[in-house]
Design a protein around this ligand. Structure first.
Ligand SMILES: NC(=O)c1ccc[n+]([C@@H]2O[C@H](COP(=O)([O-])OP(=O)(O)OC[C@H]3O[C@@H](n4cnc5c(N)ncnc54)[C@H](O)[C@@H]3O)[C@@H](O)[C@H]2O)c1
Length: 294
């Protein structure tokens, strides 16, 4: 896998384009908002928290209070952005929280019976991302005629290095595998319509992680702008679809489609991977025609 050298010079043109960023009030989302503004984009930050006092809303920077766990709240945000700008070009489904539970605790309910699992992290990091991607796909395609011929809008989702390794944070790791699964599960349907990609950061200095503690353990913590650069690259580069850009210490690898990457690794293990997906496509087509039931 070849390292990608991402600098501001290689980011494609996002000037005048409309970018919506969930979780944009802090950390990676905020750094991405600031970078997109510098690159001439119109930016809408959506967050549960308010716009930080040092970010001034303006003609080109809007804020919408949103809870990604609430469908109505998210849908209203997209409706508001459409009313402000008339179109949406890129969406960064990024809002997230840290781990809540591994589901193995013995918490009891008021009747002394095992309580249901706490789904806080699943709701934000996975279901919130699914809802955001559903709305993003709809609104980006709705405004396709606004773009030049052959130019597609895009969605970037925030995965993690927890998307493809053992990681002792039960619910968090499930959600980040799910976010990678979302890219894998939707990329072929979105091909030629909306580009769908992920960023996969290692430790990054944000509201979510205690930088000094992590560094005291000998691990490096990159600045959030390092991740923002990979998001902006994915927004602006029309060739990129179904990619996962892993970043650590400000260095980058595309790890999904690249030679030696995750998909190639799976191909080596699976006897008949291509055939399995070909069969799935045929099953879905036949089911849509009512020829079979699945
Ligand atoms: N920081 C890291 O080391 C790291 C590494 C890999 C992936 N990530 C991922 O990056 C993403 C961004 O997190 P961050 O590290 O910048 O942390 P952060 O805490 O600085 O930012 C997360 C933002 O999401 C917002 N948010 C949380 N729940 C929300 C909800 N229900 N609706 C709307 N907004 C909500 C928060 O208010 C906050 O502004 C997350 O998906 C996280 O899992 C972080």
């Amino acid at each position: 896998m070849a390292e990608i050298n991402i600098t501001e010079d290689i980011i494609g043109d996002i000037n005048d384009q409309v970018v919506f960023i969930t979780g944009g009030a802090s950390g990676i989302g905020r750094a991405t908002a600031e970078l997109c503004l510098q690159r001439g984009a119109n930016v809408v930050i959506g967050d549960l928290n308010s716009l930080p006092a040092d970010l001034q809303s303006s003609e080109r920077l809007k804020f919408v209070q949103v809870d990604v766990c609430s469908w109505d709240s998210l849908r209203d945000a997209f409706i508001q952005i459409e009313a402000w700008f008339g179109h949406i070009d890129h969406v960064f489904a990024n809002a997230g929280v840290g781990p809540t539970t591994d589901f193995l605790d013995d918490t009891l309910d008021e009747n002394g019976l095992l309580a249901p699992p706490n789904l806080r992290t699943i709701n934000v990091n996975l279901l919130g991302v699914i809802s955001t991607v559903r709305l993003a796909s709809h609104y980006i395609q709705k405004h396709a005629s606004h773009r030049s011929a052959g130019e597609l809008g895009s969605i970037v989702v925030t995965a993690s290095t927890a998307s493809f390794q053992n990681f002792t944070a039960g619910d968090y790791t499930i959600t980040k595998h799910g976010v990678l699964g979302l890219v894998r599960g939707l990329q072929s349907q979105l091909e030629g319509k909306v580009r769908l990609n992920a960023v996969s950061p290692s430790w990054t200095d944000t509201g979510m992680v205690p930088k000094d503690f992590i560094e005291s353990l000998g691990a490096a913590v990159q600045p959030p702008k390092a991740v923002a650069l990979s998001v902006a690259l994915l927004f602006g580069d029309q060739k990129r679809h179904n990619e996962v850009i892993y970043s650590w210490e400000g260095k980058y690898l595309e790890v999904n489609k690249a030679d030696g990457g995750l998909l190639q690794g799976a191909d080596k293990i699976l006897v008949n991977a291509a055939n399995e997906d070909r069969v799935m496509v045929k099953l879905l087509e036949a089911a849509a025609l009512g020829q079979i039931r699945i």
